[in-house]
Design a protein around this ligand. Structure first.
Ligand SMILES: [Zn+2]
Length: 250
């Protein structure tokens, strides 16, 4: 007898498979990140097509066989039409997908993470897309255990006065005394950037739209998060480089 499962899922990646099929990388509420087979999806008459668009939140019904789980029904709950109609937001959504695909292991159920993905996709629909992406990065890293300590020196644990610019390092910030003792990669963070980092990691999602920041903050935060990601990822993310080029050319 076959096993069936119905679960909400966010479609992260699609890869052509055989003539008319696709393999989809999806993040499901009940099984975490998995790869599923969408048969015949490339045919015009496919009933699945409309509900399996990239980045949609879709209720999938899967049947488990010998190889990949097969999608036998899909009903979209939110296709994030605003993101889909905006090139910049779509570029950020592609980055979300690459980041999640690289950072998350397969077959590990994590309902908190599923909600974080859905909530930050939702944020990407209506707030500044750069800001929405920082919420995802910061909260995703914290959830996976890569917390950034922004009040005390990461090395000697002394409290640090953030009314002056401070040096950010992997995992937090460092005091001037420890900084002179050993060589390390650092990023300068001013008071605004530290305050913004703290707000992004703690504020309720509904309040994110009220955050204001200067034009300097994005570069500092991006440099700082680049530093964190460089320690975690095997290779830089292609879409991240592309997005930084867009931001810096504005
Ligand atoms: Zn120190």
């Amino acid at each position: 007898m076959n096993d069936y499962l119905t679960t909400p899922a966010v479609i992260l990646r699609a890869m052509d498979y055989k003539e008319a099929d696709q393999l989809l990388t999806v993040y499901t509420r009940t099984k975490g990140k998995i790869t599923v087979l969408a048969k015949g999806i490339k045919k015009n008459a496919s009933k699945l097509r409309g509900s399996l668009q990239l980045f949609s939140l879709t209720e999938l019904t899967l049947v488990f066989g010998k190889t990949f789980p097969i999608v036998i029904n899909a009903q979209y709950e939110n296709n994030f039409a605003v993101i889909r109609s905006d090139f910049t937001r779509m570029s950020y959504a592609s980055y979300y997908a690459e980041l999640l695909d690289q950072l998350l292991v397969s077959d590990e159920q994590d309902e908190t993470l599923f909600l974080l993905i859905v909530q930050t996709m939702n944020l990407l629909s209506y707030i500044d897309p750069w800001l929405a992406t920082k919420v995802l990065e910061i909260r995703l890293l914290a959830h996976l255990g890569y917390t950034m300590e922004l009040s005390r020196c990461q090395i000697c644990a002394q409290p640090i006065d953030i009314r002056q610019p401070v040096h950010g390092i992997n995992g937090g910030i460092v005091c001037p005394h420890c900084l002179t003792k050993e060589a390390m990669s650092t990023v300068l963070l001013n008071t605004e950037s530290i305050t913004l980092l703290k707000a992004l990691s703690a504020l309720p999602f509904l309040l994110m739209d009220y955050l204001a920041f200067s034009s300097e903050a994005p570069k500092q935060l991006d440099d700082y998060l680049d530093l964190q990601l460089a320690y975690i990822l095997d290779k830089p993310l292609k879409t991240r480089r592309f997005l930084r080029n867009i931001i810096e050319s504005v």
